[in-house]
Design a protein around this ligand. Structure first.
Ligand SMILES: Cc1cc2nc3c(=O)[nH]c(=O)nc-3n(C[C@H](O)[C@H](O)[C@H](O)COP(=O)(O)OP(=O)(O)OC[C@H]3O[C@@H](n4cnc5c(N)ncnc54)[C@H](O)[C@@H]3O)c2cc1C
Length: 419
């Protein structure tokens, strides 16, 4: 049976078969005998990045390894595990991941492969924590690459193009507590004039807007605090008011699906994501897009989007604005620049979304916006991608060297990284 579609339902997979290997040896055999194969994580990408016209290998039944090394401050984890499945073991060892995305439902390898990120000034994407990777390569062999080695920076955000990752070693930090407060109705002028102060006011900050008159509907402030005895957060902040109950970023959706708010202090893993593992994240019926610009252009990019909002806002369920620190991973959308990411959760009307995405892309073009690989985008062309990613050709060369016969290539790679 093939996996029929991605989580969002907007990509019908073309794979002929779906394998569920239960051991690395079984996975190696499948890869060795398949002319075309691709890893499938938890299927949460909205682009066709995970598709293949060959065979899919799901990582969901690979060994659920979680080895926490307190001395080295690392966790080595099985690639198919979801973040929500590794965080408790890490916390129990008194350690933490530096950051998490909005949802704990995604696989560790799938998230790192697309440059998935959370928010926070100074916080790199989730791939920024990767110290080493073990991968089943095109010939079915096993290869390990570690930070500091020549191929490493090209191998972490690799879009599934270099092989099937079986385990990852992640850097950890000492465990910490977080207080989450949702502020509502921040006036647009307050937000844009104090943009950097707002976005760096906490460990992780997200601004949510539907790009309508109410300007910034919610700001989620996640502050690192002592585990006990913290003062409650102030009631008003930059013209916004602390919410009087649990909120969901999408109006009308239940706040109980989200991590605890209202200043309640809790562990890092239960506050950094917005959504709780036991509920469907976000709306469940949606398409997403996201674009990264240089953080120095954040306000100008915000203004550019605001000017054309009437041409895309009717499709927006919610937009989110986050910060991501620069890294050195060749295909990371935050490569070499501290970034601000403009995210859009769209109502699931593919044609209307495509029109809206083009409006957003046009508005952000002057800012050399880089699209999130795992979300829907219509441009840039390969030539423009080469301009956006200084190591674009190095990545193509790495993929050609490690996968000379194109076992892991798919339509997405051929389109964006042609021979
Ligand atoms: C509700 C929702 C909320 C989201 N929130 C965020 C967010 O906060 N921040 C953000 O940046 N993104 C977010 N995303 C996007 C999501 O994080 C990415 O699309 C991510 O790649 C999904 O991981 P996955 O395991 O589902 O990967 P998949 O979609 O299954 O695969 C993505 C890519 O990874 C490759 N891959 C998967 N496993 C492996 C492996 N073992 N080895 C090699 N390659 C592999 C696949 O081949 C494919 O190219 C969200 C998506 C949804 C649906």
């Amino acid at each position: 049976m093939p996996a029929e579609s991605n989580w969002g339902g907007n990509v019908a997979f073309t794979a002929r078969r779906l394998h569920h290997p239960e051991s690395v040896a079984e996975l190696q055999e499948i890869v060795a005998r398949s002319p075309r194969v691709r890893a499938l994580g938890t299927r949460h990408s909205f682009s066709t990045v995970a598709d293949t016209d060959g065979e899919h290998v799901s990582t969901s039944r690979l060994p659920a390894v979680i080895e926490v090394d307190r001395t080295e401050r690392t966790a080595t984890v099985g690639s198919g595990l979801r973040f929500g499945e590794i965080v408790r073991a890490i916390d129990e060892a008194g350690l933490a991941l530096h950051n998490l995305g909005s949802l704990p439902h995604i696989s560790v390898a799938g998230a790192c492969a697309t440059g998935t990120h959370g928010s926070g000034t100074g916080r790199r994407s989730l791939a920024g924590a990767v110290r080493a990777l073990t991968t089943v390569t095109a010939d079915g062999g096993l290869a390990e690459v570690r930070r500091g080695e020549a191929d490493f920076d090209g191998s972490v955000v690799a879009l599934g193009a270099l092989g099937v990752v079986t385990r990852l070693t992640l850097d950890l930090v000492p465990a910490f507590a977080v207080r989450q407060t949702v502020y509502e109705d921040m006036p647009r002028e307050e937000f844009r004039e104090n943009f950097h102060a707002v976005m760096s006011a906490g460990y992780s900050v997200s601004g949510f807007t539907r790009w309508r008159e109410r300007a910034v509907d919610q700001v989620w402030l996640k502050e690192r605090v002592e585990a006990d005895g913290t003062e409650p957060a102030p009631r008003t902040w930059f013209g916004a008011t602390a919410a009087d109950g649990p909120r969901h970023p999408i109006p009308g959706m239940p706040g109980t699906h989200c991590t605890p708010q209202q200043g309640l202090v809790g562990p890092w893993y239960a506050r950094l994501p917005h959504f709780r593992l036991e509920f469907t994240p976000s709306s469940g019926e949606e398409i997403q897009s996201e674009f990264f610009v240089d953080r120095r252009d954040a306000v100008a990019a915000f203004d550019a989007l605001w000017q054309v909002r009437e041409r895309f806002s009717s499709e927006v369920l919610i937009g989110e604005i986050r910060t991501v620190a620069a890294d050195s991973l060749w295909l990371s959308p935050a490569y070499g620049r501290d970034s601000v990411a403009f995210h859009f959760t769209w109502a699931p009307d593919a044609e209307a979304v495509a029109r809206a995405v083009r409006v957003v892309e046009e508005a952000l073009r002057p800012f050399s916006a880089r699209p999130h690989w795992g979300k829907l985008f219509t441009t840039p062309s390969p030539g423009a991608l080469r301009e956006l990613y200084p190591r674009y050709d190095d990545f193509r060369a790495l993929a050609a060297r490690l996968d000379p016969s194109g076992v892991f290539r798919n339509t997405f790679m051929r389109e964006h990284f042609p021979d």
